[in-house]
Design a protein around this ligand. Structure first.
Ligand code: FES
Length: 583
């Protein structure tokens, strides 16, 4: 359980004073340079200095409004007696960044940690939300351990489409793939396809499905690092800039209270986050990010904890891709405080939060306003749970499967493997109408993990071969060491660990081998005898790495495996780094 009972900080104890109150030549230079920008001496001498870390850029559509929101945060800081400074950070727009934003999550984490360490700031508001920007900014802030408050970008507005006389909700990401399959099958023509491109994403804001963005921002709220109810506010709702102002006001108070992440993050708060992930039917990506965040905080959390939570907490949020509603509906239905009330029996309600109150106090009185969006425990969207962790001779350290977005007919399955060694090979062969494949085949993509790809891209939702699409097949068992977009659906087994590129058993699999999946027993095996596997192991050679320089080389040499959170080995743990010397 966390605690907020620190004696209040005095002005003399503020971290920024080391820069601005210094009596020597350095202090003179720091104040002089602030005054060069028109800032008054007393603004930085007599107030806490707040960093507004902004992940806005012209290539991050989900964060297109964050420049304006930064102004709202700054207003809150000023109203509360602080001084705000906006600091841009790597923006990581999910769709634009290649080969994958995951490659750069740790880069952003390092950037945020070092921005906060190297500059004269006492606390920070993190403006982020698009997939990796949430764990990236938070991992860095947790490691720096100064007061920090997360201000979520908020989801984009709903879209709708009339299908067979019925108005249906259209979700970003989820329907892009669904409509692509329909186009491949010849059921959507070119004109409609172009029209969909223009209308499906109606406003700035993060994906409106329960994809990785909404999963991660909800998890941050459950961890106690965002204001209660803040993360589901639609980006374009007038409540959003008001919430951003609240964030600015509250961070100043948190600085005086010295309410740092290390005083908020406990095993209990991480289990709360896991419970919320399950009740939301959240993205499988959260399994990687949550473990990475926990390791930064020095909290023990494993895939087994997530599997155990998945067995206890049913999916209650009826949101794409597990359900059929969108984040705007979730907001109208009461948002996360209402959902957490529904699963209060599985939460550690005494955990301290950024409000200075406990989680239980924050959600007291929250009510579900629409039982179709946030279902009662007696009528879940899926009783099978959001996430299962599978182990066996194909994934000795674990693989994950999002049960709520899969077809239950595959929960016990045996099929022959069809193995692809690259996405280029996979795409070319899946487009071949003569491909030797049927609906029982298990499609496998390897060398797509943290080291192999590199960066563990979202290639794990392998395409259904064109030949089967034409027959009406829309789901089949797929296996990879990659991740999958949280907006995606299907019977996909992901994050097989260790990955093929470092000699994980996926590397030994051959097309034609039988694969057996048993979700109830949490097993995933290739039915190949031990002697044959030993022969293949002896003949295996590590694939050559294409990149030999720069950040990607650093990444490949230091990234940990999926079950360890894919953080860099030298960034894990909560050993303090020294404050920079000022001479
Ligand atoms: Fe930014 Fe989905 S692309 S949240």
């Amino acid at each position: 359980m966390g605690t907020s009972s620190n004696p209040p900080k005095s002005l003399a104890e503020l971290r920024s004073r080391r820069w601005f109150a210094d009596a020597g030549m350095r202090g003179f230079a720091h104040r002089q340079r602030m005054q060069q920008m028109g800032v008054r001496r007393q603004d930085v001498m007599e107030r806490p200095v707040v960093a507004v870390i902004n992940t806005w850029s012209d290539l991050s559509p989900c964060h297109a409004h964050l420049r304006e929101r930064a102004e709202s945060v700054k207003r809150g800081v000023l109203l509360a007696g602080g001084y705000p400074l906006e600091l841009p950070a790597l923006s990581l727009g999910e769709v634009m960044v290649k080969p994958t934003t995951m490659l750069y999550r740790n880069f952003l984490a390092m950037e945020v940690e070092e921005l906060l360490r190297s500059l004269p700031v006492d606390g920070a508001v993190l403006l982020a939300g698009c997939d990796k920007t949430t764990p990236g900014t938070l991992m860095g802030a947790i490691s720096m351990d100064i007061p920090v408050l997360f201000c979520a970008a908020g989801p984009m507005l709903n879209d709708r489409r009339v299908e067979a006389g019925q108005t249906r909700r259209i979700g970003a990401g989820t329907h892009t793939r669904l409509f692509w399959d329909e186009k491949q099958a010849g059921r959507i023509g070119d004109a409609e396809w172009i029209a969909l491109e223009a209308k499906m994403t109606r406003s700035p804001g993060t994906c409106n499905t329960m994809g990785t963005a909404s999963t991660m921002t909800s998890i941050v709220e459950a961890l106690g690092l965002a204001l209660p109810g803040s993360t589901a506010i639609p980006a374009m709702d007038a409540a959003h800039p008001r919430m951003a102002t609240d964030c600015g006001e509250r961070i100043v108070q948190m600085i005086w209270e010295d309410l740092t992440p290390s005083r908020l993050l406990t095993r209990g708060s991480f289990l709360n986050a896991a419970a919320v992930q399950m009740a939301l039917g959240g993205s499988t990506n959260a399994a990687v990010h949550l473990i990475a965040l926990a390791r930064r905080a020095g909290v023990a959390l494993t895939l087994d904890d997530l599997d155990a939570m998945g067995r206890k907490v049913p999916v209650l949020a009826n949101l794409f891709p597990s359900g059929d509603r969108l984040m705007e509906d979730f907001w109208y239905a009461g948002g996360l405080p209402a959902l957490m009330q529904r699963i209060a029996g599985q939460l550690s309600l005494g955990e301290m939060t950024v409000t200075g109150r406990t989680l239980g106090e924050n959600i007291a009185g929250a009510k579900v306003l629409d039982d179709e969006v946030i279902r009662p425990l007696a009528r879940p969207v899926s009783a099978d749970g959001a996430l299962a962790v599978l182990r066996g001779n194909l994934a000795p350290e674990g693989a994950v499967m999002k049960l709520s977005a899969a077809d239950p007919k595959f929960f016990r399955h045996r099929g022959r493997a069809l193995v692809f060694d690259s996405p280029a090979e996979m795409n070319a062969r899946c487009a071949d109408p003569a491909l030797d494949v049927d609906e029982d085949t298990v499609l496998v993509l390897r060398h797509a993990g943290p080291v192999g790809a590199p960066g563990m891209p979202e290639w794990g939702g392998l395409p259904i071969p064109k030949k089967l699409l034409a027959r009406g097949v829309r789901d089949m068992v797929r296996l990879s060491d990659a991740r999958m977009s949280g907006t995606h659906y299907g019977s996909c087994i992901l994050h097989a660990s260790p990955e093929a590129a470092v000699g994980g058993p996926l590397a030994l699999l051959r097309s034609g081998d039988l694969i057996e999946l048993d979700v109830a027993a949490r097993r995933l095996d290739m039915l190949v005898d031990a002697a044959e596997l030993a022969r293949r192991r002896a003949a295996w050679q590590a694939p050559p790495r294409a990149v030999s320089r720069g950040y990607t080389r650093l990444y490949q040499e230091h990234v940990t495996q999926a079950h360890e959170g894919c953080d860099f080995d030298f960034l894990q743990g909560n050993a303090p780094s020294p404050e920079p010397a000022i001479y």
